[in-house]
Design a protein around this ligand. Sequence first.
Ligand code: S3P
Length: 172
Amino acid sequence: DPALLQGRSIALIGLMGVGKTTVGRRLARRLGLPFRDADAEIEAAARLSIADIFAELGEAEFRAGEHRVIRRLLEGPSQVLATGGGAVLNAETRKALKARAVTIWLRAEPEVLAERATRRDTRPLLKDADPLAVLTRLQQAREPFYREAADLIVETGAGPHSRAVDAVLAAL
Ligand code: S3P
């Protein structure tokens, strides 16, 4: 029942490939809430793809835009928000999530993520790199930030996304 949100949103955090967008969209439908995807909103605002933002403006500029977009979205009415995997690196973003969202960390082992994350080649951090090595390193580096931002942790494993959706609904 979205009443338990008291005006807050549901935000999904976690690494690339964990299913934030797919799970988020289905969750939104089940809860009767709008769905927003931070990456898509950044692309629309910049009129550039994520890959082009990284290539032309650099990662720092992307992170600054990412923060502005997430803060703006969280100021709006309750929604299910899928964030980019690195959104929690920004302390102000973590603060905004704490204040305005029930934040759910979708977790899976790097092996599972690597298999999923490379199905699309839209991710600059995985370009020309060994995805398993990158995701293992990112998991280690970001774990404390995900933990700090999360109200709930949902283990997703290698199963279908529908299982993660049910797990989130059960945890809410
Ligand atoms: C990133 C994750 C991506 C996207 C960008 C950077 C990251 O989002 O924001 O490529 O630093 O983990 P997804 O987690 O939706 O792939």
